[in-house]
Design a protein around this ligand. Structure first.
Ligand code: UDP
Length: 235
């Protein structure tokens, strides 16, 4: 089914297929931080992130969110619709943590009065800078109408995800989404949703996400396995 390598990212390789509208994403056993400055091979991570992301995207599809997810193919592979990726990282925050807590001098763990959406320009050479809606317009990354749609979808996805994670006793602190445009110009959710791109805290304040790697808090695969096990219980 896989034909040629189209793109090799930090967490995934993307291959073309016989169908020009479909791609295969292959999840890697690699964890990176600081834009790839720190890198480590973590056996089993690719399979766990693929399984978690497949499960979440399947639930999102069922809930009526338009996504690129077609099906889970094997341990590390999933079939996705091909899109033109919009070069934005869309971050939604429910609770202060990470770069937000640092930037504004707020203690991690403080619940925000309302969910906040931030945009980062996906550009490794520039280290993915924080940008606002005026920047996005002037740089022609997306139109004002598209941004309105992306923000509304992100809020809707947040409500669904918060519900599912609260059912398994986890707080969805923040997450990062990416969107793309299919050949009909429709904006759909792409990339992945796994503990690689969100923060999940249990009621004791344990981190069950990539901060385990970023902050050296223990076994990353133990944390991801626990999230997968809990999600499977409610699926
Ligand atoms: N995030 C991501 N990719 C990035 C940067 C951030 O998936 O390149 C996710 C991160 O896992 C967290 C949320 O976006 O769930 C907010 O991250 P933050 O801005 O706090 O940055 P960090 O502290 O992770 O550097």
């Amino acid at each position: 089914m896989k034909k040629e390598l189209l793109y090799s990212g930090k967490a995934k390789d993307i291959f073309s297929t016989d169908d020009e509208d479909l791609i295969v994403s292959v999840y890697k056993d690699q964890a990176t931080m600081l834009n790839g400055a720190r890198k480590e091979i973590i056996k089993g991570k690719g399979s766990l992130a693929n399984q978690i992301s497949s499960l979440i995207f399947e639930k999102l599809n069922r809930a009526g969110v338009a996504t690129h997810f077609v099906k889970h193919l094997s341990e590390k592979e999933q079939l996705n619709r091909k899109v033109t990726v919009i070069p934005l990282e869309v971050v939604l925050r429910n609770v202060a943590a990470g770069s937000f807590a640092k930037r504004f001098g707020i203690e991690e763990g403080q619940k925000l009065e309302q969910p906040i959406i931030e945009f980062y320009y996906k550009n490794d050479d520039l280290d993915d800078p924080l940008i606002n809606e005026d920047h996005i317009g002037v740089l022609h990354l997306a139109t004002a109408e598209e941004i309105t749609y992306i923000k509304a979808e992100t809020q809707r996805i947040n409500l669904l995800l918060q519900d599912w994670f609260s059912q398994i006793g986890l707080c969805l602190v923040d997450f990062k989404l990416e969107f793309g445009k299919d050949k009909n110009g429709q904006i759909i959710l792409v990339d992945e949703f796994s503990p690689d791109n969100c923060r999940l805290w249990d009621s004791q304040g344990n981190h069950l996400d990539k901060d385990v790697f970023r902050r050296d808090l223990g076994s990353l695969t133990d944390a991801y396995s626990l999230v997968l096990k809990k999600l499977e219980e409610i699926h």
